[in-house]
Write a protein that binds this ligand. Structure first.
Ligand SMILES: [Zn+2]
Length: 545
């Protein structure tokens, strides 16, 4: 099967292409142009259109026990709810698993990473991800508040033991990387601790948050897992927490580290209300630290729901729940907290948050080290991405938005003074080339020979939000799946994993540990191969939201 996407503006930073030309796909992979005169089986005209690789979202909460708990807590936000408030962002954002895949595909996304899978719930997460059509997926397994790891650190066991445990977790949970959430903070919460910073220690274990982060960072690095340790820092959302972000960046040393949703850690304590943007200082620190990558967690205005394994933070935020209901589940290793929330343009704090996120995008110089996320749905649903692309690409559009916000808020940010506008090539770097590299996926995120045939084609419109909202054509593994923003073919995606290998002694040790501590077989959490792919074929039902 030979497909030609003909005459579009091909923007592919990895192969240094920004030119009018063709993209060829043979049997699901990007191919070289065939000899002159060869007739393709299919030709799609792309003149006047932008052609990029399929986009990759590195951090969106789309499946698993925490996401489902949020669904159960907020049935009135579902599409089927009657009566339902006027379309809420979540009700149109692919809140059900099925629509999630369709909505992402319609925007040209072909791979999404679910970043917060507690190992004990990994099977559930994978089964649910299997029900998300079209896109490929991957998961990050959470460690860092679990008794087994903290015991290893408390007892000063060798880095080898930590490494084997990390590798065992990756393989058991079928993950592509490891995330740590408020390292030690969630465990400290069980001892009624309500504030926890990088050098605080977990009661009963005497292990600091810093020590947990460093141990996991080293283990992930030594296992040669491509994705660096993915860190949700301490003190999320608090005034003055830029200090925590700066301290964590400094703690990274020379090894790679990824900081998640950095916007939520970019706050100073200036101004009358003691809350300001410190994004400029945080961005400057990121610019200096070549080993550090970040994603933003941009806030956009509207109702949403915050979903986090940072139970300490979610418990502290419960008074802000809107509607006024919340839930914290404090599981043995990793629980989660659900707090619905509404970001408002006329709210001083929310306006500072919105500006701080854009400052990070615009002040971090290298688009291959700052990644595009809203921490869906924590900052905003993923369906707001097209509006954010447009904001990054136009200072005039930003000025229009800024004019509608409380001046007292925007004065405490540098956003009004920033003139930078992202180019399409920089958008492609941030959403395609760089995320593929960040996860070690050599055959994704680009249109070079042999790459997976994941291609997004957009009408080149002045209204960039409109352009990115509904791709003209999307190919997944070389198959046309979207035309004019509508799904035309449903396919199963697959989950991408890493298996670094480990000394089997840890397996025997964990067998005893699970038997003693839980009365369970340790392999009860093992995700079998059959759970990695989705059901095939999908029922041919309409993919409308
Ligand atoms: Zn997150």
């Amino acid at each position: 099967m030979l497909t030609r996407i003909a005459g579009g503006r091909v923007i592919d930073p990895t192969t240094d292409r920004d030119e009018i030309g063709d993209v060829w796909i043979r049997d699901g992979r990007i191919a070289a142009p065939p000899p002159a005169g060869t007739r393709p089986d299919e030709t799609y005209a792309a003149s006047g259109k932008i052609v990029m690789a399929g986009a990759i979202d590195i951090h969106a909460h789309i499946a698993g026990a925490n996401v489902n708990t949020a669904r159960l807590l907020l049935p009135e936000w579902h599409r089927a709810a009657v009566p339902r408030p006027a379309d809420t962002p979540l009700s149109i954002s692919g809140w059900p698993t099925f629509a999630t895949g369709c909505r992402y595909a319609a925007m040209g996304f072909t791979l999404v990473v679910e970043p917060a899978v507690a190992p004990h719930y990994a099977l559930h997460a994978h089964l649910e991800l299997g029900d998300v059509p079209i896109i490929d997926k991957a998961t990050l397994a959470i460690l860092g508040n679990d008794d087994f790891l903290l015991r290893l650190l408390r007892d000063k066991e060798s880095p080898d033991a930590v490494r084997d445990y990390v590798a065992w977790t990756l393989e058991t949970a079928r993950a592509i990387g490891i995330k740590v959430v408020n390292a030690g903070g969630a465990m400290a919460f069980k001892a009624n601790v309500r504030a926890f910073s990088l050098d605080d220690t977990v009661p009963d274990y005497g292990v600091s948050s810093r020590a947990i982060v460093k141990a996991l960072q080293r283990a992930v690095h030594e296992l040669r897992v491509p994705h660096p340790l993915h860190v949700h820092c301490n003190n999320l959302g608090l005034a003055g927490n830029a200090e925590t972000a700066l301290a964590t960046i400094a703690a990274a040393g020379d090894l790679p580290l990824h900081l998640a949703h950095l916007q939520f850690y970019a706050y100073g304590s200036e101004g009358e209300r003691g809350f300001s943007s410190a994004a400029a200082a945080v961005a400057a620190a990121v610019n200096r630290a070549n080993n550090v990558t970040v994603d933003v967690g941009q806030v956009m205005f509207g109702p949403t729901v915050t979903i986090s394994s940072d139970v300490l933070r979610q418990f502290n935020a419960r008074a802000q729940a809107r509607p006024n209901k919340w839930l914290v589940f404090d599981g043995d290793a990793n629980g989660w907290g659900i707090v619905p929330y509404e970001y408002r343009a006329d709210n001083f704090y929310n306006a500072v948050q919105w500006a701080a996120g854009l400052e990070l995008f615009l002040l971090i110089d290298d688009p291959s080290r700052v990644f595009f996320t809203t921490d869906h749905p924590n900052g905003a649903p993923f369906t707001t991405y097209p509006e954010i692309f447009a904001l990054l690409m136009s200072r005039d559009l930003r000025a229009e938005w800024i004019a509608k916000l409380p001046p007292a808020a925007t004065e405490l940010t540098t956003l009004p003074s920033i003139r930078r506008e992202y180019s399409l090539a920089e958008i492609a770097t941030m959403t395609r080339a760089a995320p593929a590299r960040l996860f070690g996926l050599k055959d994704r995120g680009h249109l070079g020979l042999g790459a997976v045939g994941d291609v997004a084609v957009y009408d080149d419109q002045a209204d960039r939000a409109k352009m990115f909202r509904a791709a003209a054509l999307v190919f997944k593994d070389g198959q046309l799946v979207v035309r004019d923003g509508n799904v035309v073919q449903l396919r199963s995606g697959r989950a991408l994993t890493v298996r670094p290998g480990y000394d089997r002694a840890i397996d025997r040790r964990l067998k005893d540990y699970y038997a003693e501590r839980y009365g369970l077989a340790h392999d009860f959490i093992k995700v079998p191969e059959v759970a990695i792919g989705g059901p095939e074929p999908f029922e041919p039902v309409p993919c409308a939201n």
